[in-house]
Design a protein around this ligand. Structure first.
Ligand SMILES: Cc1cc2nc3c(=O)[nH]c(=O)nc-3n(C[C@H](O)[C@H](O)[C@H](O)COP(=O)(O)O)c2cc1C
Ligand SMILES: [Fe+2]
Ligand SMILES: [Fe+2]
Length: 403
């Protein structure tokens, strides 16, 4: 029995990728990432989503096919839910080995097959709701889910087993180390794994939260027994767990998020840090949890995840050359690009000559629909009076999040 079999007709070929190379050229994956390809066997055979041609991923796919008595030529259909190269990077080489397989994608997806890979033969653009009968009772249905994650994206449904091949949706960072299904992980392991799902969502999907909600609504009528994404765990015991996680994350985009505070801070010589310590005392006095992230030391991928999840933010940074401390300016720019909206935020910082950080901060957050706690700046080292004010500001932030 194939350990990665979902049903008699369906199995997963899961490749763990461990690399210091950044995912999408931005996001670190110190715990790895999986690329899942799926084999569907009827009278005809289909592969759903490919892999990147890196880190021997394509060799692993071919070996896995061989263990099932198949080679690449036995693939009749290649279904591409999404054309991003993490799922299609190997397409050209696949095509050379199997020129006959029909490549199936949405009309926009087929355009990308042509423009990214210069492949123009044996292509089939499918409409929303169109089906493909593989024989032996295995029928696939394609549903367009635009902007999950690119405009051309679709999902594939196999009704006999109730499996939804969701590609990036319901995916996560994190390699699986030889396991695959949610029921192979203990509840504490699943709980620990969720940080990978959250960071993946915050980094990759968060900008498209309204489309996550639309897709979940659109697919609500399906009797889903198994969620099979192209990154991370396959959810066959409790598929609603990952659907609920994604619904919760999508709701963070509309706010308010969790009752906790992401404290993001930077300081050249410790003056802002001293003031921040008083703010933290104020937060602690209200018993609200917070996480600490120093810039530029901490990677933006983790800062994004913490900020996305938290209802409250502290932005603590000094003035630097008449403007905001540059690593913090970068964080706010990423927040703007990644739609970190509807937070309650407190900005503090020290200055020495004539200030300037607050002005840049105000301009940076102008379009983010944040609620601001009255900011506080001071000159040089904070005085005892400054520290008292800062503590009160921290308390006010925590209180406003609790109510
Ligand atoms: C490289 C550098 C540039 C600075 N630029 C400004 C500035 O443009 N305007 C200002 O008011 N203070 C400026 N300062 C002073 C700092 O804002 C001030 O020393 C502040 O207390 C530093 O806080 P920190 O120790 O948390 O970094 C600058 C200091 C440094 C080291
Ligand atoms: Fe993607
Ligand atoms: Fe992906």
């Amino acid at each position: 029995m194939n350990p990665f079999a979902i049903s008699d007709a369906l199995s997963c070929i899961s490749v763990d990728v461990h690399t210091t190379e950044l995912f999408e050229g931005i996001w670190p994956t110190p715990e790895g990432v999986t690329l899942n390809t799926y084999l569907v066997k009827g009278k005809k055979n289909a592969l759903i989503d490919l892999v990147q041609d890196r880190h021997k991923a394509s060799d692993q796919v071919q070996t896995a096919l061989q263990t099932q008595g198949l080679d690449l030529k036995a693939v009749d259909y290649l279904i591409l839910n999404h054309l991003e190269p993490d799922h299609t990077g190997w397409l050209k080489q696949f095509r050379e080995k199997n020129p006959q397989a029909e490549i199936i994608a949405t009309p926009k997806g087929i355009n990308l097959v042509k423009s990214f890979y210069n492949i123009n033969e044996n292509l089939r653009a499918v409409k929303d709701g169109e089906t493909l009968d593989l024989g032996n009772g295995t029928v696939l249905t394609f549903f367009e889910t635009p902007n999950l994650h690119w405009p051309e994206t679709m999902v594939t449904w196999e009704g006999a087993s109730g499996t939804l091949f969701s590609c990036d949706a319901f995916g996560s960072f994190g390699a699986l180390g030889g396991r695959l299904f949610d029921d192979e992980f203990s509840p504490p392991e699943l709980q620990a794994f969720e940080k990978n799902t959250l960071r993946y969502y915050a980094n990759i999907v968060a900008s498209f939260s309204p489309f996550v909600e639309k897709a979940i609504q659109k697919l609500a009528g399906l009797n889903i027994a198994c969620i099979a994404p192209s990154h991370g765990l396959v959810w066959r015991k409790n598929p609603s767990a990952v659907i609920q996680q994604y619904q919760r994350y999508a709701s963070y985009s509309k706010g308010p998020a969790e009752q906790e505070i992401a404290v993001i801070w930077g300081s050249m010589y410790g003056n802002t840090k001293q003031g921040l310590e008083a703010v933290l005392e104020g937060i602690e006095s209200e018993g609200l949890p917070y996480s600490l992230h120093r810039v530029p030391d901490d990677n933006i991928s983790y800062i994004l995840a913490a900020a996305f999840k938290s209802a409250g933010l502290v932005i603590a940074a000094p003035t630097y050359e008449y403007a905001l401390f540059p690593p913090m300016a970068y964080v706010l720019d990423i927040f703007r690009r990644k739609h970190i909206h509807r937070k309650t935020a407190l900005r503090i910082g020290s200055w020495g000559w004539s200030g300037g950080a607050q002005k840049e901060y105000d301009a940076s957050i102008a379009g983010l629909s944040w609620t601001s706690i009255e900011p506080f700046e001071w000159v040089g080292v904070p005085s005892p009076q400054d520290l008292e004010i800062l503590k009160n500001r921290g308390r006010a932030l925590a209180q406003s999040i609790k109510t």
